[in-house]
Design a protein around this ligand. Structure first.
Ligand SMILES: COc1cccc(Cn2ccc3ccc(-c4cc(N)[nH]n4)cc32)c1
Length: 242
């Protein structure tokens, strides 16, 4: 997968040299390049923002540098990338969207700052590539960089070979629409607290049922919205026994 990120704070992405994302870049699974938006400015102050039409607080990112950046990174002769623009006004970022993005050959992230990017940048881009404004949640960040780090981590871990034990992808929370069951490791007793006996029983069928029950209980308590969204078919008959 090819990933291009455009930001006025390229140093925000230094963490992408670390850990499993760093390994995915080193082995070619992920070809990631971070670009400084100011490379596409031409004035001595390298200006990227201006006052908003219609008044209001703060500044808006000018369209010209963005237009030139997207022209350079999504040239007409190449297959267009999918443009992702973090925004409080975006569609929710979910595990389902992460799987969708993990199947894309080329992602292009536009990191806004100030009060956002001039709308015409997104409107013009949408005439030649798929554009998705995406939100991490109902809170407001300073800009798109942190959101891109989150999205990239969620997407990269779904790429083939990135996670050592692919099984963990299958079992993890949100993969089946439920929250994960509680996890334990040694020692069996810690500060007077014991690991549930079932997990030490060696009875894998019983353990799987216990984990499923725990996941259902947790999801019902913490995320009833996820439970309501579950396809009843995915709940086997044992899930509904009293
Ligand atoms: C655009 O509307 C805005 C209104 C007030 C402030 C800001 C700040 N800001 C600039 C670029 C930017 C990109 C993403 C986000 C963001 C995403 C989520 N889930 N929360 N916050 C916030 C951003 C933007």
């Amino acid at each position: 997968m090819r990933v291009d990120i455009v930001s006025i704070f390229p140093e925000y992405f230094a963490p992408l040299d670390l850990s499993l994302i760093g390994k995915a870049r080193a082995n070619g699974t992920l070809r990631l390049v971070v670009h400084d938006l100011r490379s596409w400015t031409h004035d001595v102050h390298r200006t990227v923002d201006d006052t908003p039409y219609g008044g209001g607080p703060g500044m808006v990112m000018r369209p010209e540098p963005w237009g030139e950046a997207l022209d350079a990174l999504a040239p007409p002769e190449l297959t267009p990338p999918r443009l992702l623009v973090p925004s409080p006004a975006g569609v929710p970022f979910t595990q389902a969207l992460a799987y969708e993005l993990a199947a894309e050959p080329h992602l292009l992230f536009a990191c806004g700052r100030y009060e956002g990017i001039d709308q015409r940048v997104l409107d013009h881009a949408a005439t030649r590539m798929p554009v998705t404004e995406v939100s991490l949640g109902d809170y407001v960040l300073f800009g798109g960089e942190v959101a891109v780090l989150v999205i990239l981590e969620a997407v990269t871990r779904l790429l083939p070979g990135v996670l050592g034990n692919a099984g963990s992808l299958e079992e993890e929370s949100h993969a089946h629409g439920l929250l994960e069951a509680p996890m334990y490791t040694k020692p069996a007793t810690w500060r007077g607290l014991d690991v549930p006996d079932v997990l030490r029983s060696g009875d894998h069928g019983r353990i799987a049922r216990w984990r499923r029950d725990q996941a259902l209980t947790r999801t019902g308590q913490r995320r009833p919205d996820l439970l309501a969204a579950l396809d009843p078919q995915s709940l086997d008959k044992r899930d509904v026994t009293a």
